[in-house]
Design a protein around this ligand. Structure first.
Ligand code: GKR
Ligand code: MG
Length: 424
């Protein structure tokens, strides 16, 4: 079955002012929707970043992949790799680690691989999880992903989530998300306020939610010394500490001195990083992410490798829509070593989406007790909502944002803001 056509559509959707170490989310988040159409009339979906330099490369890859066999992932990967030179895609927010040629190839290849798996599942009438080895769980647990945030974007009305700028606000936000989705783990995005204030918020969460595993992620804005101090202070409180310091060497120094495992989606972001991270014992948990680990199959291979070296798995997310949530859910459902609840930004999209479930109406992509039941329809189990896609594409055309840049947006509000690392 060969690829006849590929539609690449950039979209924009509303995003609340979520604070992080790089600045603050802009009012519009970007994604790119990839739709692969075969000569037999089957279609498959993929979702990836919407930043302009990435979009340009995805479009070039889409052209180059016409005519490929949807079962020939190795040939497709080689074609994509052949398009990428020494210049690499960087993320302006800098929260997903360093860029490299390998990571760039993996990022571009990923949505096409997911779309072809969607097609292959539809062709045989089986969900994608079955193409990845079959399910080891029926539902994938996600964590309540908390962010410090303003009540609304400057100059705009308050959004429905309210402000969260102190421990009380953070606990309130946790109650809201847990009340709506039933999450059973909590992650706080840190690196926004001095570490003492974030430690205070974690203690407040522990008091309010004594049974929920907790994580804190300051996106590498702490020095090694600060990371060790905070790690020791939170002994017995955190399930894991995510990216406290920058780079494998610094993480290894912290890991040797703190009681909890360190997790990362910043210092180990391509297979090239694994040997050194293993040799130095830098991490206990890898937050995998099929969007930059080269799709679902390559992510599953990395998971097996991690298992060999005793590294547990969780899953990383950026602002995303339902195609990504479906793909993440199929992957996590087929991966035994994903033993920690995965991250998702879904609650922050507040119902905006480009897909509807294709199987069982309400049955797919719903959160039940904080977990998404694995869609059991063929392929990813989601269908494109063409009206929603057209609206979001129009939003993209009009919104003016072309690449995510949390720092510049933050500086437009607070000119003294600095995203330097380490900050504390
Ligand atoms: O959405 O602001 C955000 C997050 O900070 C995201 O960009 C990170 O990449 O979720 C991510 C993380 O765990 O570091
Ligand atoms: Mg992280």
């Amino acid at each position: 079955m060969r690829i006849r056509e590929i539609n690449v559509t950039p979209v924009a959707f509303r995003d609340p002012p979520l604070l992080n170490a790089a600045g603050v989310h802009e009012p519009w988040a970007l994604r790119t929707v990839v739709e692969v159409v075969t000569d037999e009339g089957l279609t498959g979906l993929g979702e990836t970043y919407g930043d302009l330099d990435h979009l340009v490369r995805v479009r070039a890859a889409a052209e180059a992949l016409i005519g490929h066999d949807v079962y020939g992932h190795n040939a497709m990967y080689a074609t994509v790799a052949g398009l990428v030179g020494a210049d690499v895609v960087t993320d302006l927010h800098g929260l997903t680690g360093t860029s490299s040629r390998a990571k760039t190839v993996d990022r571009i290849f990923s949505p096409f691989e997911v779309a072809c798996l969607d097609i292959r599942g539809k062709a045989v009438g089986r969900p994608v999880v079955d193409l990845l080895g079959g399910r080891v769980r029926d539902a994938v647990p996600y964590s309540a992903y908390l962010f410090y945030k303003w009540a609304g974007h400057p100059g705009a009305p308050e959004d429905g989530f309210g402000a969260a700028l102190d421990p009380e606000g953070v606990v309130e936000q946790a109650r809201l998300l847990i009340g709506r989705y039933g999450f059973r783990s909590i992650k706080l995005k840190g690196g926004v306020f001095p570490p003492e204030q974030e430690v205070e918020a974690i203690h407040a969460l522990r008091e309010a939610f004594p049974e929920h595993p907790l994580r804190l992620d300051p996106n590498a804005v702490w020095s090694v010394e600060t990371s060790i101090r905070v790690g020791r202070e939170l002994d017995g409180v955190l399930e894991y500490l995510e990216d406290p310091a920058e780079g494998i060497e610094a993480m290894a120094r912290v890991a040797a001195e703190v009681p909890m495992p360190l997790a990362t989606n910043m210092c180990v972001v391509t297979p090239e990083h694994l040997p050194e991270a293993v040799r130095r014992n830098a991490i206990g948990v890898l937050l995998t992410d099929h969007h930059y680990w080269g799709g679902l199959v390559r992510s599953a291979h990395i998971a097996t490798l991690c298992e060999t070296f005793g590294i547990e798995l969780s899953m990383h997310s950026n602002s995303h829509l339902g195609i990504s949530l479906a793909a993440m859910t199929h992957l996590a459902a087929a991966t035994p070593s994903v033993t920690h609840a995965c991250d998702t930004h879904t609650p922050w999209q507040d119902g905006q989406d480009v897909v509807v479930p294709s199987s069982g109406g309400e049955g797919a992509l719903r959160f039940v007790d904080g977990a998404v039941p694995v869609p059991d329809g063929p392929g990813l189990g989601v269908e494109l909502d063409r009206d929603a896609l057209a609206i979001m594409n129009e939003q993209y055309e009009k919104c003016g944002v072309r690449s995510r840049d949390d720092t510049t947006y933050m500086r437009s509000v607070d000119p003294s803001f600095s995203a330097r690392r380490p900050r504390w």
